[in-house]
Design a protein around this ligand. Structure first.
Ligand code: NAD
Length: 248
C-alpha cells in the first residue's frame, strides 16, 4: 500500500523545480494529482510523464494571481477527482535584487501578489472544499527568507514572512475541523529559480549553505509528503526548515 493511495493532491507551480518534484512524489505514492501552473507546455510534459509511470493526473493552466483561475482550478480538481486531500501552495517568484529605496512599486506588487495573495487565494478555495468534505492538509512554500532577512530581497522576504503568519493563523482557524496547515521553508535548492537567482554562478549559493551543497527539490518533496501524511497528524501551524542549516 502506497502512502497516498485514494487521496487527491493539488499542486501549484507544478511545472518546474520543487513543485514538479513534489507532484512526481505524490503520484509515485499513489495520489491522483491536479498539477497547476501558468507554464502550460511544461505542465503537459509533466502530466505525460506521470501517466507514463502509471499515475493519474489532470493538468490545469492556472495563474495564482488571477482569482477566477484559482477558483476554477480547485473546482475542476473536485469535479474530476471528487475531493481534495492535500494542497501544496508552492507557486512563487523571486525578486530582482535591490535595496528597499530602489524597489519599484510594480516590482513590489508583483512579488506580493504572486507569493502572498496567490497563496491566500488558493487557500480560500481549498479550505472551503476541505471543510465540505471534513478534512485535509495544506502546505505552503515559504522559505528560509521567511525567518531571516535577505539583503536586496525585501519584497521576497516580506512575502515569505507573511506566508508564515498566514499559515499559523489558518492552522488555528481550522484546528478543530480536521484540517492541518503547515509551511515548508526550503534553503538553497537546485531549481531553475536558483539558476536565475545566481545568474549561473551556483557556487555563490553553495557558499551560503553550512552543509556545503544545494538541496535537491526531491528533499523538499519528501518533507511535504510527510507533513501531508498521517505520520504528520499532530503537526499543524509548523514552519519546518529544510535548508541544510542556512537559516541558523
Ligand atoms: P521554479 O521557478 O523552478 O518553479 C516555480 C514555478 O512556479 C514555475 O513553474 C512557474 O511557472 C510557477 N509560477 C510562477 N508564478 C506563477 C503564477 N503566478 N501562477 C502559477 N504558477 C506560477 O522555482 P522553485 O525553486 O521550484 O520554487 C518553488 C517555490 O519554492 C517558490 O515559492 C519559491 O519562492 C520557493 N523557494 C525556492 C527556493 C530555492 O532555492 N529554489 C528556496 C526557498 C523557497
Amino acid at each position: 500500500m502506497r502512502r497516498f493511495t485514494g487521496r487527491v493532491a493539488f499542486i501549484t507551480g507544478a511545472a518546474s523545480g520543487i513543485g514538479r518534484a513534489t507532484a512526481l512524489a505524490f503520484a509515485k505514492e499513489g495520489a491522483r494529482v491536479a498539477i497547476t501552473d501558468r507554464a502550460e507546455a511544461a505542465l503537459d510534459r509533466l502530466r505525460t510523464e506521470i501517466e507514463a509511470e502509471g499515475g493519474e493526473a489532470i493538468a490545469i493552466r492556472c495563474d495564482v494571481s488571477v482569482p477566477e483561475e484559482v477558483e476554477a482550478a480547485v473546482a475542476r480538481t473536485v469535479a474530476r477527482f471528487g475531493r481534495l486531500d492535500c494542497a501544496f501552495n508552492n507557486a512563487g517568484v523571486e525578486n530582482e535584487a535591490a535595496p528597499v529605496h530602489a524597489i519599484a512599486l510594480d516590482a513590489w506588487d508583483r512579488i506580493l501578489t504572486i507569493n502572498l495573495r496567490g497563496t491566500f487565494l488558493c487557500m480560500k478555495h481549498e479550505l472551503a472544499q476541505m471543510l465540505r468534505q471534513g478534512g485535509g492538509v495544506v502546505v505552503n512554500t515559504a522559505s528560509g527568507a521567511g525567518i531571516r532577512g535577505v539583503a536586496g530581497g525585501a519584497s521576497y522576504a516580506a512575502s515569505k514572512h507573511a506566508l508564515i503568519g498566514l499559515t499559523k493563523s489558518a492552522a488555528l482557524d481550522y484546528a478543530k475541523a480536521n484540517i492541518r496547515v503547515n509551511a515548508v521553508l526550503p534553503g538553497n535548492i537546485a531549481t531553475p529559480m536558483m539558476d536565475r537567482f545566481t545568474g549561473g554562478d551556483i557556487q555563490k549559493a553553495i557558499d551560503l549553505e553550512p552543509v556545503g551543497r544545494l538541496g535537491k527539490p526531491e528533499e523538499i518533496a519528501e518533507a511535504v509528503l510527510w507533513m501531508c501524511s498521517d505520520l504528520g497528524a499532530f503537526v499543524t501551524g509548523a514552519a519546518i526548515s529544510v535548508d541544510g542549516g542556512w537559516s541558523l
